[in-house]
Design a protein around this ligand. Structure first.
Ligand code: GRF
Length: 192
């Protein structure tokens, strides 16, 4: 059972999942492994980590394609070359076409740095602070055609502190993401 993880940047959520797979023996227990890390950016820091771990990496540069659909086609081809049982979006900063989502629906996860359905979209930490939220957090959900929406698998809550900054709040949320994403993936493995 191959897991393919999509990143666009540092890939700290991808790394947390890779470490959980190693630490918790996903291969022996579930016949599952992180088979590939795919990025839309050749300079994504997470690619170096994946390569150090001996994990296959692919880069599909969205700027090299004339349309969103053409990019998604190439992205799906790169993903499918690893026969994925599960596709995990982890800090993947591209909006996917309905055709791509339909291709993987039911085996496509995302993590979003807010307590969905609150604050879909970008700049979630700044918006939570500006709204005066006392709590904020992260959500792991099944991806559907509607952006940052879909069946929720895991959530984590963090306090918003007085005079909090978006950066401090983001770091507090990210720590929780690294807990709930590996847990959400692990919970799915027996059923894959
Ligand atoms: C972070 O803002 C995280 O909250 C969101 O994607 C961004 C990068 O995460 N999920 P990662 O370090 O690339 O996993």
């Amino acid at each position: 059972k191959n897991i393919v993880i999509l990143i666009s940047g540092g890939g700290s959520n991808m790394a947390a999942i890779v470490r959980a797979a190693q630490r918790d023996n996903w291969r022996e227990r579930f016949g599952a492994r992180v088979a590939a890390v795919v990025s839309n950016r050749a300079d994504a820091g997470g690619l170096a980590f994946a390569r150090e771990q001996g994990i296959a990496t692919e880069v599909v540069d969205h700027k090299a394609f004339p349309s969103r659909e053409a990019f998604d086609e190439a992205l799906a081809a790169a993903i499918d070359s690893h026969q994925p049982a599960l596709v995990v979006l982890a800090g993947f900063m591209r909006i996917l076409t309905p055709g791509f989502v339909a291709r993987y629906q039911g085996r496509l996860l995302n993590i979003h740095p807010s307590l969905l359905p609150a604050f879909p979209g970008l700049h979630t930490h700044q918006r939570a602070i500006e709204a005066g939220c006392k709590f904020h957090g992260a959500t792991v959900h099944q991806v559907t055609a509607e952006l940052d929406y879909g069946p929720i698998l895991e959530q984590a809550v963090v306090p918003v502190l007085p005079h909090d900054t978006p950066e401090a709040l983001a770091a507090r949320v990210l720590t929780q993401e690294h807990q709930i994403y590996p847990r959400a993936v692990a919970e799915l493995l027996p059923a894959l």
